[in-house]
Design a protein around this ligand. Structure first.
Ligand SMILES: [Zn+2]
Length: 487
């Protein structure tokens, strides 16, 4: 950091969950309608593939190793940074978004299954966690030392990505304020030191740029809650393809933020169409108004949902906030237009002095609530210093993806719920899905070679990393890349 480029205000993606934040980081673009737009196709860690019958459920953390589907799910309209480098060897270490890698570790699913043992989050595995950090650096150094063995030629890798996944595991299991978490960060730091020392010994450090960032931050929830029986009381039954339960509802995760899927009336045999707003207002056998009733979920006070006739290049996202003290409902909308580099959004507050994200209390951000369309560059400039940074830009991108849900509900972290896929999770208090700065702002450092200029960047995006690194290599980013070069 003291010799290179760094920023203390690097804005990550929406939602601040491991996936899609890592997809965006590695492709330099965001999600959207991946069938029609230049973007990637992964909206969430758990999602519902709705336009086939019966709908498929994707869960990247599942035991049947669906993590291997991630490269396919990205779609053909984006590239990983490894794919953007057409000549030279590339390697991917413990990072499964690895399209374009000439070498990947672990090499096969059996080895991966072993790594999944680590994910069971027990104290017993602390030693294995340290080993996981060590292996990552040893593997990349072997790539440099014995390229012939890994690439079939004598050239060291020109671009590599490495994922230290242990900090996320330890944060969920013990908390960011635990000694395990802190010691692990020191251990990772030591491993990076070993990498730099060894690269220096081999004479490669002067030609190397090392970018270090995080996919998201974290928070400690107020308490845990249970949604058991809640949905049943509304006449909502969970879709379950394996148990052959057709259902009328599916929950794709609910920590502090819930992603809820419902079945549109015109679905027939074509999977689950997104319901219209009128359908959401009288849904299920009890014909309940979901747009009001979901606020009965403990502490839920934010709600986002799409308008009925949205397309990939034009549409409206509706926003609601329940005032915690008065119980009054504050309304807003985000309108979007265009795609790719022409995409812009307009954030409208029904009450100019009381908007959904609290921008109206800020001198700079309030200027963007001006009934005009703004680009991602304008949104980051105006909101990087606030909670919900860049949200008017990021939320519609998420909803454009047909794999995203119908209604998003947030408790703001006051309560986190244990959700369907993680019944055994014992310490769910520490997580990272809400839009507060402590989740959405991450640090960025790019150091290594002395040729990298010393520069503090006031604010940037995780999608800026790909074009910046490509610039060092003298290469151009893929046309889908939304991030911009930091030098
Ligand atoms: Zn996590």
């Amino acid at each position: 950091m003291e010799n290179g480029i760094f920023s203390k205000n690097c804005v990550t993606d929406f939602p601040t969950i491991t996936y899609p934040t890592q997809q965006s980081l590695i492709t330099g673009t965001y999600t959207g309608d991946y069938r029609k737009e230049l973007c990637h196709g992964v909206p969430l860690s758990d999602w519902m593939g709705r336009h086939i019958a019966p709908p498929k459920l994707r869960c990247y953390a599942s035991k049947d190793l669906q993590i291997y589907k991630m490269n396919e799910d990205l779609g053909p309209n984006c590239q990983t940074i490894l794919e953007m480098i057409d000549d030279g060897n590339t390697s991917s270490i413990v990072q499964f978004i690895n399209r374009g890698a000439d070498y990947s570790f672990p090499e096969n699913k059996i080895k991966l299954a072993f790594y999944y043992l680590l994910l069971s989050r027990k104290r017993f595995f602390l030693k294995l966690i340290a080993l996981a950090n060590t292996v990552i650096i040893q593997k990349i150094l072997e790539n440099f030392k014995k390229p012939k063995k890994y690439f079939g030629n004598n050239e060291p890798p020109i671009c590599s990505h490495l994922l230290f996944f242990t900090s996320d595991i330890l944060c969920h299991a013990f908390g960011y304020d635990s000694k395990y978490y802190k010691l692990n960060l020191i251990h990772i730091d030591k491993q990076i030191g070993i990498l730099m020392r060894e690269l220096d010994k081999m004479g490669y450090l002067d030609d190397t740029a090392i970018a270090i960032t995080s996919d998201h931050g974290n928070y400690r929830a107020g308490k845990t809650g249970s949604l058991r029986n809640f949905f049943e009381s509304f006449g909502l039954t969970h879709y379950h393809p394996r148990k052959n339960i057709k259902g009328n509802f599916n929950l794709c995760g609910f920590g502090g933020v819930g992603f809820l899927n419902f079945k549109g009336a015109s679905s027939h045999k074509y999977g689950w169409r997104h319901p219209t707003i009128n359908e959401l207002k009288k849904y299920g056998p009890k014909r309940i108004n979901l747009l009001e009733s979901l606020f009965k979920i403990e502490e839920s006070h934010l709600m986002y949902y799409r308008d009925s006739n949205n397309t990939y290049d034009k549409g409206i996202i509706h926003l609601k906030r329940k005032d915690r003290t008065t119980g009054n409902i504050v309304l807003g909308t985000i309108e979007y237009r265009g795609t790719g580099h022409n995409y812009k959004t307009k954030y409208i507050a029904e009450d100019d002095n009381n908007d959904i994200f609290g921008y109206s209390n800020d001198d700079i951000a309030s200027k963007l609530i001006d009934n005009r369309f703004h680009s991602i560059n304008e949104w980051i400039e105006g909101t990087y210093h606030l909670d919900f940074p860049m949200y008017p830009d990021l939320i519609p991108r998420h909803f454009k993806n047909p794999r995203s849900s119908d209604i998003i509900v947030s408790t703001g972290g006051k309560v986190v719920f244990t959700h369907e896929h993680e019944k055994n999770k014992n310490e769910p208090l520490y997580t990272h899905d809400i839009g507060l700065r402590k989740c959405a702002i991450v640090p960025l450092m790019i150091g290594g070679s002395k040729e990298i200029p010393y520069k503090e960047i006031t604010y940037c995006k995780t999608t800026d990393i790909v074009p910046t690194l490509l610039k060092f290599l003298g290469k151009s980013p893929h046309k889908s890349v939304i991030g911009k070069c930091l030098i």
